[in-house]
Design a protein around this ligand. Structure first.
Ligand SMILES: *Cc1c(COP(=O)(O)O)cnc(C)c1O
Length: 384
């Protein structure tokens, strides 16, 4: 099989010129179709639409995979909200987080009634800057919400050195990082108080709709999160506190349970694709992602820093190559957070990242030939 750049001139092969999407899911679904359909049919036949055997099985298997108690919930967003609510974080509390992330991270802090406190990021890894986190802590700080962005975990050892002596809760946004390890080999919820997963269809483990989970090694907290998922109910129709409806449907649990077995294999393939890109981009104008020594990056996104980013994006799109900007506007400058009073220029590293980053296709079903065509497109742009 030809897998090199020489293939691009091969007009006889339709695969050599076909558009390359940013994400495509049918290729992953097809080999699993029979197993997924059977699992879904079982839920339908048992009429266990909510709760039931599929939920129990998925939570057990996810718990085994993550070495934690797993509470399945309705989305990654609801996982973060439920974790904050279960920990009693709300009005009067500050939660320190990153402005360079998907909106839900900070949206949930605000919805819980607490105040998001944004600090700048590390220019190499795009992860929250630990010294800035430490400097932002004041008496009203109740928690830290680090984001394991693009599939790379924050250094949880360093973070816990900050959080533990101050008694702060650490809620990890692990929506993009199932299967990842930090530089000391820790996984999500191993060091932190709780870790929140998203199973949005494009995530490294994707449901057939919205889904998420909260992980924790604290059995009492797991119980409270499960109660939070069910309106704070302790026994039927008795509510110890106010929660929400954060339940996950049995059908989604059935789909996820089938796909969970493949996550490690898919992550390995994502890492291989990143390796191909890294080799192709070495010595070029684009800067490949920086990985902390010892960390196990699972490349939910492969994000480069690119000079003339917007022109590169147009160039790729014109050639039928998918790409995307994660994220174009940092959260401290979002209109909905104007009440917090942040100014342009206040968190300059995050703001600069928003101007320079470009994500390239990295889903596991990409062929080496497709990956090389993406790299060709990028390198060709800088050759002029
Ligand atoms: C996807 C994502 C979420 C939210 O997950 P949903 O399942 O879409 O609600 C939260 N944080 C980050 C960093 C994400 O990427």
């Amino acid at each position: 099989m030809a897998t090199t750049s020489s293939e691009k001139g091969n007009s006889g092969d339709p695969a050599a010129t076909a558009p390359i999407p940013m994400f495509e899911i049918l290729t992953q679904y097809q080999p699993l179709r029979a197993e997924i359909e059977q699992a879904v049919r079982q839920v339908l036949d048992a009429t266990e639409y909510i709760g039931g055997a599929a939920l129990k099985r998925f939570e057990e298997n996810l718990g085994r995979y993550t070495h934690a108690h797993a509470v399945a919930v309705s989305s990654g967003t609801d996982a973060i909200l439920a974790a904050l609510m279960a920990l009693g974080i709300g009005r009067g509390d500050d939660v320190v987080t990153t402005p360079f992330t998907f909106f839900a991270t900070a949206g949930c802090i605000a919805r819980a009634g607490a105040k998001p406190v944004f600090v700048d990021i590390d220019p190499d890894t795009f992860l929250v800057n630990m010294a800035a986190v430490e400097a932002a802590i004041i008496p009203s700080t109740r928690g830290i919400l680090p984001v394991h962005l693009f599939g790379q975990m924050c250094d949880m050892g360093r973070l816990m050195e900050i959080a533990r002596p101050r008694g702060l809760a650490v809620i990890e946004d692990a929506a993009q990082s199932i299967g990842a390890r930090d530089p000391a080999g820790r996984q999500g919820a191993e060091a932190g108080t709780a870790a929140c997963l998203s199973f949005y269809p494009t995530k490294n483990l994707g449901a057939a709709g919205d889904a998420g989970a909260v992980l924790t090694r604290d059995a009492e907290l797991a119980k409270r999160i499960a109660q939070t998922r069910q309106h704070g109910e302790t026994t039927r129709y008795h509510h110890a506190f106010v929660g929400g409806n954060f339940r996950l449907d049995g059908i989604q649990c059935a789909v996820l349970d089938v796909k969970l077995k493949h996550v490690d294999k898919w992550n390995t393939r994502r890492r291989r694709i990143a390796e191909i890109y890294n080799l192709r981009f070495a010595g070029s104008d684009v800067r490949p992602p920086v990985v902390e020594p010892g960390a196990y990056h699972v490349y939910h996104q492969y994000v480069v820093r690119a000079p003339r980013r917007d022109a590169l994006r147009d160039h790729l799109i014109n050639r039928g190559i998918g790409c995307a900007i994660y994220y174009p506007l940092p959260l401290h400058l979002q209109e909905c957070f104007s009440y917090l009073g942040y100014k342009q220029g206040q968190l300059p590293i995050a703001e600069q990242a928003c101007r320079e980053v470009l994500a390239l296709p990295v889903f596991p079903e990409l062929t080496d030939a497709q990956v090389n065509r993406v790299a060709d497109g990028v390198l060709e742009f800088y050759r002029g």
